[in-house]
Design a protein around this ligand. Structure first.
Ligand SMILES: Nc1ncnc2c1ncn2[C@@H]1O[C@H](COP(=O)(O)OP(=O)(O)OP(=O)(O)O)[C@@H](O)[C@H]1O
Length: 304
């Protein structure tokens, strides 16, 4: 479990994160979403004790990182996959990290298998592709078998095969009951991976919600097809829904969900051939959410 409470981080005049609070629960993938520069990396660095909060706290399993007795066994992170010594082999690199944390060689072998690097374990990292470096970074994060994992923009720059591998790994780690926090500036990526999202803009929380609830919040209308459109339209309007007829006689209904529409049609004895709730795409929802935050701040700025 990760808990961020009233976290604020300033760099001189820049407020990178402002009174940010959210919780990341085990057993699911939580997407940490926000436009570039919104404070995702700063928050993750604070959780890992790499940046000292100006105020507020970031905790892993109920404690600040600095007070964890065996940090690598509690939380693993991939922040910057490029930051490894190119002259070492993959195996040497992982053995070094393992040794300094009291982890045995057998675990290194297991991890190399899990991240798909067993075949290149004795090759120098300098010759590794970005995808292989990413796997190595994830391997280092997994060494201590931690219950909490954090990945900062892990799919950036990866090819489709690498992206799919990361996605499946995140899902598998969550299915094992771990807490998985993964940052991205792309909703399209999170839509395929995350169960839950924390959306921030300019260092502040915009929303913390499940993917399903986000789709529901941005539900647009229900598409209804029926051979007796005029009658159903009348019945729906009487019941308080707002109904628009489309070019092919289909109805777009707002103010009533698909279940209520279906029940009403049944009571009226009207056959329904299609009943489809339509949502804004998650990408549209995300744009709308982050746009609103920018607008809000612009207005707040003018008022002060
Ligand atoms: N060490 C630092 N010194 C000064 N300003 C910083 C520092 N680190 C981050 N910032 C500023 O804090 C803000 C948030 O940056 P951060 O890297 O946390 O955002 P991000 O959401 O991770 O963005 P990106 O997706 O671009 O990495 C930005 O305005 C950034 O310029």
């Amino acid at each position: 479990m990760i808990e961020v409470r009233e976290l604020t981080k300033r760099y001189g005049d820049t407020v990178a994160v402002r009174e940010l609070s959210f919780t990341v629960k085990p057993g699911q993938v939580t997407g940490f979403l926000g436009p570039n520069g919104s404070g995702k990396s700063t928050t993750m660095r604070a959780i890992l004790g790499l940046d000292r909060p100006t105020s507020g706290v970031a905790m892993v399993n109920g404690r600040p990182y600095a007070t964890l007795r065996k940090p690598l066994h509690e939380v693993g992170a991939l922040l910057d996959a490029g930051a490894v010594h190119g002259g070492r082999t993959a195996e040497m690199h992982l053995r070094c990290v393992a040794r300094s944390n009291g982890i045995g060689r057998a675990r290194v072998t297991d991890v190399l298998e899990r991240v798909g690097l067993a075949g290149v374990a004795r090759k120098r990292i300098g010759g590794f592709s970005l995808g292989m470096r990413q796997r190595l970074g994830i391997g280092a994060a997994l060494l201590g078998d931690p219950g909490v994992l954090m990945f900062d923009e892990p799919v950036n720059g990866l090819d489709p095969e690498g992206i799919r591998w990361i996605r499946e790994l995140m899902r598998a780690l969550a299915a094992e009951g771990r807490t998985v926090l993964v940052s991205s500036h792309l909703m399209s990526e999170m839509a395929l991976t995350a169960d839950h999202v924390v959306v921030i803009g300019r260092g502040q929380l915009i929303t913390e919600t499940s993917m399903a609830a986000l789709s529901e919040d941005f539900r647009r209308d229900v598409l209804v097809r029926t051979p007796r459109a005029d009658e159903l339209r009348g019945a729906l309007s009487t019941a308080g829904a707002s109904v628009h007829s489309g070019p092919d006689g289909e109805l777009a209904v707002r103010g009533m969900d698909a279940v209520a529409i279906g029940d009403l049609a049944l009571r009226a004895g009207i056959a329904v051939h299609e009943l489809t709730p339509r949502s804004a795409s998650l990408e549209e929802a995300y744009m709308e959410l982050t746009d609103e935050s920018v607008e809000y701040r612009a207005q707040a700025g003018r008022a002060s």
